[in-house]
Design a binder for this molecule. Structure first.
Ligand code: URA
Length: 191
């Protein structure tokens, strides 16, 4: 089966298995992922917001605009990377996703990653970081490449702050840009 078919199968299964039916019932649609399925980098955010729920695409609101700017700062466009979220339906009123919701989507996220098989996984914010790096604080490890062994395989993880957190915090914005600037060198360093 092609990568595209495998990804379609995963998104179909999320629907068939009625994952997070409560969220699904309040959302417009599933926001599965966007970008190149052959990408070397996968970005994982938290959950769709209003704009993402309306369009079916991840990171198309204000945080997405900043993500696009950061990508451009290292010579990349959205079509060069793959972008998704740990939770794939919009939580009501943009509340934080619950532990149960994150757990419910985790096997699908891991299959999605396995199919795309990127060199580097960039987690945006603590919600997508916590499965790979459960016992660390994002403030301690942001911008530092981590090797994480899961039952499936070994992953290269770069934990970054969430772009939404930086929207109204100039200091954090600069930290994110500085961390982002490390990505090209990190990619070269990974075989
Ligand atoms: N924030 C996220 O974490 N994901 C999105 O898709 C949009 C905003």
């Amino acid at each position: 089966m092609s990568k595209a078919d495998l990804l379609k199968q995963i998104s179909d299964e999320i629907l068939q298995n009625e994952i997070c039916a409560d969220l699904r019932d309040q959302a417009t649609q599933l926001v599965f992922g966007d970008g190149s399925i052959d990408a070397e980098i996968v970005f994982i955010g938290e959950a769709p917001g209003k704009k993402e729920d309306e369009t079916g695409l991840p990171f198309v609101g204000a945080a997405g605009k900043f993500l696009n700017e950061m990508l451009a700062s290292i010579g990349l466009e959205r079509k060069n990377v793959y972008i998704t979220n740990i939770v794939k339906y919009r939580p009501p009123k943009n509340r934080d996703p619950s532990t149960d919701e994150k757990q419910a989507f985790l096997p699908y996220l891991m299959r999605q990653l396995d199919v795309i098989s990127p060199k580097l996984v960039v987690t945006l914010g603590r919600h997508s970081m916590e499965y790979f790096l459960p016992s660390v604080k994002i403030g301690d490890v942001h911008g530092q490449l981590q090797t994480v062994d899961t039952p499936e395989r070994s992953w290269m993880i770069l934990p970054l702050f969430h772009p939404a957190a930086a929207l109204y915090n100039g200091g954090l914005r600069q930290t994110l840009l500085t961390d982002f600037a490390k990505i090209p060198r990190i990619l070269k360093q990974i075989k």
